[in-house]
Ligand binder design. Sequence first.
Ligand code: ADP
Length: 267
Amino acid sequence: MIVVKVGGSAGIDYDAVCADLAALWQAGQRFVLVHGGSGETNRVAEALGHPPRFVTSPSGYTSRFTDRETLEIFEMVYCGKMNKGIVERLQRLGVNAVGLSGLDGRIFEGRHKDSVRAVENGKVKVLRGDHTGTVERVNVDLVNLLLGAGYLPVLTPPAASYEGVAINVDGDRAAAALAAALHADALLLLSNVPGLLRNYPDESSLIPAIPANDVDSYLAFAQDRMKKKVLGAAEAVQGGVKRVIFGDARAGQPVSAALAGAGTVVS
Ligand code: ADP
């Protein structure tokens, strides 16, 4: 069992990812796919006159401030356009994919954080009305029910809070929690970069391997959103996942290449 997370940044080739997944699925490999949608959400939010607001925590993590209107736009794009676009691609390729959000059947569940500490103009502010959280529980029974019946689950944030409210969660860390809960053999975090770069954006500075017991010290190389991937990788290996691979989803056969060791391999 392999968990594949494909991001939502510019340049990701979803046709290539789906074609590769479909071929491997038809050869008997089992997958769960988790996807993002940040790039498209930003475009739609601008078009709807509610531009995205990103906040940076005092410890340097960047996240989307998610008021109710943002959450609804987020759902339109992630659960609608992105999820159904991927399911349609897989269906065309003969794979019976089922697209669900973390809210459905409480596949992803966690605590709702209503306020966030953010650094703005050098000052720490507390912003309220945030609909975010972190995945703490995964409904593996539902995922296994789908897999056991021959469906390829295609999952996306948001998650459900313990009170049943939709919360925006980080897709990389949700995929990490899922991979640990499913006892996955590997977690692939595919994005629009070759892997973790020592000197971002210099693509020749790819870090090929990271020892599983030392992931945290590589956080120093990751800026902004890449930090969440490194954090997710650390959480997955702590949760028993044997291999986490940061791979390139821009072309070729992104899943096969990552499984063959291209990118940054955490093991
Ligand atoms: P996705 O939405 O595809 O999951 P993110 O945009 O969340 O991806 O994170 C990947 C981005 O992280 C890259 O596009 C790159 O701009 C940025 N990044 C920051 N630091 C690094 C680094 N050291 N190595 C690779 N990418 C990095």
